[in-house]
Write a protein that binds this ligand. Structure first.
Ligand SMILES: [Zn+2]
Ligand SMILES: [Zn+2]
Length: 363
């Protein structure tokens, strides 16, 4: 559709503006109303709470088992450090005794007193007893460490059992949450789908209705409801559904637009192929006024004055009188001006009456 600059009267502009405002106002109020309503939907169902899906008695049991183990481990640590001190002392005693024994032995060899075998034996025994003490401490430490090892293994198995229990609970929660979201989505779908269908029917059935602005307002609301009330709540399944819907929408809208464009071009072509007389009769009064005011051909919509109207600069330099305007459109051959049969005055023949004598123009 061509836009005829300067051809719309002020009233026409105002009425278009007010109709537009009516459509916008209706859609805005519908959007606000439905937003309010939609916000309440999640409250219709119990939203799953993560905590409630955990096996609490089991977790409590595990935690309960872990407390004494922790305590025992702490105690064992203390025991080991205490025993280590004793072991150190015993070791030091043994080492110093050993050193003194060796020195004594050396001295004895130099001096040479072979009758003192029993003394050697005694000292050797004493050294051995110190070694036994040290070994006893070490054995105690080893025992505690063994106990510790067992405790740590038990603790580890409890920790992994606890995380397994938690993971199971989380899984249950995820499933419940998915069900919840799907429920919400279907409720929204149940509300929004009829709205969209209704908008579609209204648009198709009342194309030419004078209440079109109201239908448009409702349609804008339906589009909003689809994109903001439904699409964000689509169950995602890794984005598949969203993208699939995008593809489907593009396909259907693309199909519709291409079909309409083809029909429109074909119609325009057919129009121009029609005989000049046939076209002449089809031109409506409104189109004729717009065409006259903007000096465009009412059929092919091109400027029939272009060469005279805009000589070199883009400014209007000479007013072209009707007498100077061409009688036929030099683009499509449609007749534009003709003389009145009664008074011979030259008229724009798409107007119904002669502007000089009022005679009916036989267009
Ligand atoms: Zn033309
Ligand atoms: Zn006349």
């Amino acid at each position: 559709m061509a836009f005829f600059k300067g051809s719309l009267k002020r009233v026409e502009i105002l009425s278009k503006l007010s109709l537009f405002l009516i459509a916008m106002a209706l859609s805005v109020f519908l959007i606000l109303l439905s937003d309010n309503f939609m916000e309440d939907i999640p409250h219709w169902f119990k939203k799953p709470i993560r905590k409630e899906f955990q096996d609490k008695p089991q977790l409590d049991k595990i935690n309960g088992e872990m407390i004494p183990i922790g305590k025992k481990l702490k105690k064992a640590d203390e025991k080991v450090s205490n025993l280590s001190i004793s072991l150190n002392i015993a070791n030091r005693k043994y080492q110093s005794e050993k050193k003194s024994f060796e020195t004594w032995l050396k001295a004895r060899r130099t001096i040479g007193s072979p009758n003192e075998d029993s003394k050697v034996r005694d000292r050797g025994k004493q050294l051995d007893s110190l070694r036994v003490i040290e070994d006893a401490w070490q054995a105690k430490i080893d025992a505690v460490k063994k106990e510790q090892k067992g405790l740590v293994a038990h603790q580890r198995s409890l920790v992994s059992k606890r995380s397994r229990t938690r993971a199971k609970g989380n899984e249950k929660y995820q499933t419940a949450y998915r069900t919840f979201s799907i429920k919400i989505f279907f409720v929204r779908l149940a509300i929004i789908l009829p709205i969209m269908i209704l908008a579609f029917i209204l648009l198709a059935k009342f194309k030419a209705s004078k209440f079109k602005p109201l239908i448009w307002g409702f349609t804008i609301y339906a589009i909003y409801a689809f994109f903001f009330g439904l699409v964000p709540y689509l169950p995602s399944f890794g984005g598949y559904i969203r993208y699939a819907i995008g593809v489907l929408l593009t396909l259907s809208i693309g199909y519709y637009v291409i079909k309409r464009l083809t029909v429109f071009t074909a119609r325009k072509k057919a129009e121009l192929e029609e005989s000049r007389e046939g076209r002449l009769k089809k031109i409506k009064h409104g189109t004729a006024i717009k065409a006259y005011n903007s000096h465009s051909c009412p059929s092919c919509e091109r400027d029939f004055l272009s060469n005279k109207w805009l000589p070199k600069s883009k400014k209007l330099q000479t007013v072209v009188l009707e007498d100077e305007a061409p009688s036929f459109c030099h683009h499509c051959g449609l007749q534009i001006f003709d003389t009145c049969a009664k008074c011979n005055h030259r008229n724009f023949i798409h107007f119904p009456y002669c502007s000089s004598c009022g005679e009916t123009l036989n267009a």
